[in-house]
Design a protein around this ligand. Structure first.
Ligand SMILES: [Zn+2]
Length: 459
């Protein structure tokens, strides 16, 4: 029985002021799901290897490379990914729709008008098709000169690893009922200026997708840092602290009331860290309080700029001799992003983190809407929210203002407000999550515009 379900939650509600049933609220984790344990073990190292080997075999996947050849260049790579999505769809009775949104763009790194095309597989949700969870990686690759579209650019780790992860996630999740819609997208144009991410973010907007998260996987397959460190148990999740779409008025309110470390993207990162702790004992999420690595970017950026929560998933330790390099040996150092730099066991664990996050988000209700908190000059704190479809209960969370992760929670039943007795508003950060009848939990929503998952809320 889910922890919040009757009869104990009824006892909790009825005896609220008597402080009964408090012991059940101390655990930090949601209800355990057998299928998430299965998903944790599902990614197949051999398939991940075959995908990367095939993608490397196209020589270069530079955005400006040949699109007509059947063997070399971005066009051949795109058509192969599309054929793999079709094969996965065939195996699940045609469960995937495959679309190829594109835009013709020019820019600093695209001198002539060039079509940037994404290859996208959509698994429509059974009960909440308008709610969308996205996983992205980029297909294009490069060498030292970003304009060189002809030299071999294997891009095994950057970012065939991300594409392999999302194709494996599509295979694993396509046979399951996930309630909300899942989108798996191999993007192009990343190295030329994050164009493929923009193509997909714009497509999502035009389609009216209610994107709850984009998990952007870029450089996720190497466990050997350039300085010699070996670590196959850490993955970094980068997330913005405040919303890219925040208005000056919202910034003013946030500056006073808090929320500078509680954007919806940040609470997706916390959600992933919590799921890793529960289901992946050999993988730790290191949350990084930044949109991306210092001075660098990724395809999650166009999503957050469109108001959609998004994070960057990337390996714990990078090896820069393998990124954006001409294949060569210099002073005894071998440069280039070749397949021998991939740790497939590690890549499988990162893939698992993505699949079980997508499943958990999609099967949980939409995060609560219109969350607010009050309680100044009182010893109790009251949270209010709008009930959301599919939720049969809610959970109120709080943490120290300096704590990175939610520390305490109380399951409060199917209500739209709750007063936490003897918890003083001044001393904690608060949030609310929604629970499904079978115990799947949404991310925690921080009150106000700063934490809202509602799209268009902070435009
Ligand atoms: Zn990349």
């Amino acid at each position: 029985m889910p922890r919040y379900a009757l009869p104990c939650s009824l006892v909790l509600f009825v005896t609220l002021y008597g402080n009964a049933c408090v012991a059940q609220t101390a655990a930090a984790y949601p209800h355990e799901q057998a299928d998430l344990h299965e998903l944790a073990a599902a990614p197949d190292e051999a398939r991940l290897h075959d995908t990367i080997a095939t993608l490397v075999g196209f020589g270069t996947r530079h955005t400006l490379s040949d699109t007509a050849s059947a063997k070399r260049g971005i066009g051949a790579a795109r058509r192969w990914v599309q054929s793999r999505f079709q094969a996965i769809s065939h195996d699940c009775g045609g469960c995937l729709e495959i679309v190829t949104p594109s835009q013709v763009v020019t820019g600093k790194r695209i001198p002539k008008p060039t079509e940037v095309m994404d290859i996208v597989a959509i698994k429509r949700g059974s009960t909440d098709p308008q709610r969308v969870i996205v996983m992205t990686g980029h297909l294009d690759s490069r060498v030292s000169d970003v304009m060189n579209a002809t030299s071999d650019a294997p891009g095994a780790n950057d970012d065939a690893s991300g594409v392999a992860a999302l194709m494996e996630a599509a295979r694993v999740l396509s046979s399951r009922d996930n309630r909300a819609t899942l989108v798996f997208a191999a993007l192009s144009g990343e190295e030329q200026g994050l164009y493929g991410g923009k193509v997909l973010a714009d497509y999502a907007k035009a389609q009216g997708w209610q994107v709850e998260a984009d998990l952007n996987n870029d450089i996720v397959g190497n466990s050997h840092g350039q300085n010699g460190v070996r670590d196959n148990t850490t993955v970094r999740i980068f997330s913005e602290g405040t919303r890219s779409t925040e208005t000056p008025e919202q910034a003013k309110a946030r500056n006073y009331f808090g929320g500078e470390v509680d954007s919806p993207s940040r609470n997706v990162a916390r959600y992933m860290a919590m799921l890793a702790d529960q289901y992946l004992p050999d993988l730790r999420v290191r949350m990084i309080y930044r949109t991306d690595r210092y001075g660098r970017g990724g395809d999650q950026v166009p999503f957050v700029e469109n108001g959609c929560p998004a994070v960057r998933v990337t390996e714990g330790h990078e090896d820069y001799t393998r990124q954006h390099q001409d294949l060569r040996t210099e002073h005894g150092v071998t440069y280039g992003d070749t397949i021998d730099g991939i740790d497939f066991r590690y890549l499988a664990r990162v893939t698992a983190l993505n699949t079980l996050t997508m499943a958990s988000l999609a099967r949980a209700p939409v995060p609560p809407a219109q969350v607010s908190v009050s309680g100044a000059l009182a010893t109790d704190t009251t949270l209010r929210w709008q009930k959301v479809p599919g939720a049969t209960g809610y959970r109120v969370h709080w943490r120290d203002t300096t704590a990175p992760q939610w520390q305490y929670h109380r399951s409060v039943g199917d209500v739209d407000h709750y007063a936490l007795k003897d918890v003083v508003i001044d001393d904690w950060f608060f949030g609310v999550s929604a629970l499904s009848a079978d115990g799947y939990e949404s991310p925690v929503v921080f009150p106000g515009d700063a934490g809202s998952f509602e799209q268009g809320h902070a435009k």
